[in-house]
Ligand binder design. Structure first.
Ligand code: ADP
Ligand code: MG
Length: 729
């Protein structure tokens, strides 16, 4: 007998390690497929070069004539590297990236004058077929027009034989149809707000840049094995499968060496990343079997977001060469750890200071505390919005399930800083005496060690943790586009810093306080107000759920519930007030995310029903028939004695029937619930119905299937098993 499962197992067991082409040293090849500073200097006129630089550094506009020159230089550079096509590369609201390739090649209508053409207008603007991207009702179909516009702050790059130009995607009425446009607006908002506050401490600061260093977790599965599982193929995760006897208990994967086949995949991938200017630095095994992590050196946030989106694409493509499939799903396997994408975040000034790193002097430490406490306050005020920013059908399996981090947003800061905040709470109201000031400087602010980085205790269960010189938003899902969480985080901190500045200035002017007195006074109040968000304990514990409820922190365990915060008045005021998104853009995103949630659960329901009925039941019946034949034979030989002799077989036959019944009746009931859900009027109602009435069947159906997997003869089972998926290298 040779089912697809056994063919796939054979194929995967015969895999050879794929050799990797050796490239030059990393420092030499780094960014060689990027239209970076070096390439620009070589291929652009000095005027064109200055125009790009001005746009990157000060957001200045590039006029049409210069755009033509830039396009010409870009084209020459691309042609010199064998490029034939160009595309406007963008991030539609589906989460993935999109591109439409056009050839440089053109001729006149009579076929004469063949030439490679690419001008300013093609560089600056393009019109992809916008009707095929989700828009949440922003565009009516009769004006299904949207355009992509060049984002000069993220350099063009070559992938394959295509020149990719990072762009934003907007409707003709000006609303953002993508993830990048709101992000750029949020980054500009926090730049303005943080620069104002940083200037309390150093008048030379002219720009503040939010930085992002993501850590991408993923699973690698042999491509033949992945293809043998319809659920992995269609939903990115296993919808059924009994847990393997051996899972991650021994942690031997985490501490073991990287398997050779995987190592070669990683080397190949890192080479590609180097060419594309993605500064990947660390690679290692993760806790679960076949789970790995990749992290770069942090970058300016917009570029880091682009690099992560690009990377996810590149990872899958390189994996094909090595006969792997990458699983980005947050929870591909039941019973083993899921995957996240920690977003490490900080703020850097153009004077070279990390605003979230403690300094060497009391004043620089006050600056650190200012940004530190304002961030905590922002997260406290907008904790629900933070939770909403990471909500998705797939991330629901981590947040709020039995896995970290919890659906409750809290901030971990470590004991040392906890004590500093406790001390600051006692700062005198109003003017400070010289003694008080000295005491503050020497004993409180001055006590923050600049080596905090190495001393910070780590709390792996916290969704938002301070780690010495940055905050780490750990609850972000592995399949997410970081733009969404980064737009939220940077917006809420921007809002908070604006409010902070107003309060401090009011104290300076109204109460005649010195600047540092005013800052101390406002920070003291913030510390008092934000205590509820600070949590140093075990985020996975049941106690925390109870405690968090007492503290009035939200605990939205499902996406439909969590997403509501996105359209609250508070969120609207935030985004509109900062000019990050208007209410149409906010509502459109809400609509799209609900729809996406519904579709994902809908697909999972269909696939599960299909596998349960068309794989599991026929296999179970086949095996049951063997048992029946066996019982019949025993009866023939032993006559009346057979009942005793065939006792176990008869029990099995009945058990199998009971599970088949269980599957059938539940698949039927689930299908009915789906039909009911499909007829609901609004996206909100549909998502809620899929969550509350359709999804609960998944576990019930799975339970029956997984029991059958244990009962049925291994030889006849058609679906590749957990142990095979997780332990094949
Ligand atoms: P881990 O969380 O696994 O212990 P580290 O604390 O070493 O790892 O840091 C992980 C990530 O933090 C890296 O990807 C790095 O790029 C990022 N990072 C470090 N400093 C900053 C910063 N100032 N801003 C943003 N990200 C940063
Ligand atoms: Mg981390």
């Amino acid at each position: 007998m040779s089912t697809f499962r056994f063919q796939s197992l054979k194929e995967s067991s015969r895999r050879q390690t794929v050799e990797v082409k050796e490239l030059d040293r990393k420092s030499i090849i780094f960014g060689s497929n990027v239209f970076n500073d070096k390439a620009m200097r070589q291929f652009l006129t000095s005027e064109a070069y200055k125009a790009v630089k001005g746009a990157v550094q000060h957001g200045s506009k590039i006029d049409r004539k210069l755009a033509d020159y830039i396009a010409m230089g870009m084209k020459e550079w691309a042609l010199s590297k064998g490029v034939t096509h160009y595309t406007h590369w963008f991030q539609p609201l589906t989460g993935a990236t999109a591109e439409k390739h056009d050839a440089f090649f053109e001729t006149s209508f009579d076929g004469l004058d063949p030439v490679e053409k690419f001008g300013g207008s093609q560089l600056v603007q393009q019109e992809p077929d916008a009707s095929s991207f989700p828009n949440g009702g922003i565009r009516n179909t009769f004006e299904a027009r949207g355009y992509t516009a060049w984002d000069p702050t993220s350099p063009a790059f070559i992938y394959g034989t295509t020149l990719c130009i990072p762009t934003v995607f907007v409707s003709y009425t000006g609303e953002a149809l993508d993830n990048k446009a709101p992000l750029l607006r949020a980054l500009s908002a926090i730049d303005d707000a943080a620069t104002e506050v940083a200037r309390y401490f150093d008048k030379n600061v002219k720009k503040v840049t939010p930085t992002l260093g993501w850590e991408q977790e993923y699973f690698l599965i042999d491509s033949a094995l992945a293809a043998s599982r319809p659920d992995i193929l269609l939903t990115g995760r296993t919808l059924l499968g009994h847990t393997s006897a051996k899972g991650q208990q021994l942690e031997d994967h985490y501490f073991g060496s990287i398997p050779t086949r995987v190592l070669n995949y990683m080397r190949d991938l890192e080479n590609e990343c180097m060419l594309l200017g993605i500064p990947v630095k660390t690679r290692h095994n993760e806790v679960a079997p076949n789970q790995f992590e990749l992290a770069p050196i942090f970058e300016e946030t917009n570029l880091a977001v682009d690099h992560n989106s690009l990377l996810m694409d590149v990872m899958q493509k390189v994996a094909e060469r090595h006969f792997f499939k990458v699983l980005f799903h947050e929870k591909p396997f039941k019973g083993v750890n899921g995957s996240g994408k920690h977003n490490n975040w900080s703020l850097a000034t153009d004077t070279g200071i990390n605003l979230l790193a403690p300094g060497k002097t009391p004043m620089s430490n006050l600056q650190f505390l200012t940004f530190f406490i304002n961030t905590i306050k922002a997260v406290h005020v907008y904790e629900e919005l933070m939770r909403a920013s990471i909500a998705s059908a797939s991330n629901d399996h981590r947040l709020g399930a039995n896995e970290a981090p919890p659906a409750i947003i809290s901030v971990f800061i470590g004991q040392q800083l906890f004590k500093v905040l406790e001390n600051l709470e006692n700062v005198t109201d109003g003017k400070l005496s010289p003694e008080e000031k000295t005491d503050l400087k020497l004993n409180v602010v001055g006590k923050i060690p600049d080596v905090l980085l190495d001393n910070t205790d780590r709390n792996r269960t916290s969704p938002f943790a301070f780690t010495g010189n940055k905050f780490e938003f750990r609850a972000v899902g592995s399949s997410a586009n970081c733009a969404v969480s980064m737009t939220t985080l940077n917006s809420i901190v921007a809002r908070q810093l604006i409010d902070f500045k107003k309060e401090v200035d009011a104290l300076i002017e109204g109460k005649d306080l010195k600047k540092d007195e005013a800052i101390f006074n406002v920070l003291r109040e913030y510390i008092k107000q934000t205590k509820a968000i600070l949590f140093e304990g075990d985020g996975y514990s049941d106690d925390w759920q109870v405690e968090a409820a007492k503290r009035k922190l939200s605990n939205h365990k499902t996406t439909p519930e969590a997403l509501k915060a996105k359209v609250s008045k508070k969120a609207m005021d935030l985004f509109e007030g900062l000019g990050v998104m208007n209410h149409v853009e906010v509502e459109a995103r809400y609509e799209i995310e609900l729809e996406e949630y519904t579709k994902k659960i809908q697909i999972e329901g269909r696939v599960l029903g299909d596998i349960a009925r068309n794989h599991v039941i026929p296999t179970a019946i086949k095996y049951q028939n063997t048992l029946i034949e066996n019982v019949k034979g025993l009866k023939e030989i032993f006559g009346n004695e057979f009942e005793q002799i065939a006792k176990e077989q008869i029990v099995l036959i009945k058990e199998i029937s009971a599970h088949i019944e269980g599957i059938n009746s539940n698949v039927e009931a689930m299908t009915e619930e789906r039909k009911t859900a499909n007829n609901l009027a609004s996206a909100e109602q549909m998502a809620a119905a899929y969550c509350d009435t359709v999804k609960p069947y998944f576990d019930v159906i799975r339970e029956h299937c997984d029991k059958l997997e244990l009962l049925v003869d291994d030889e006849t089972w058609t679906l590749t098993k957990y142990r095979e998926l997780l332990f094949t290298r």
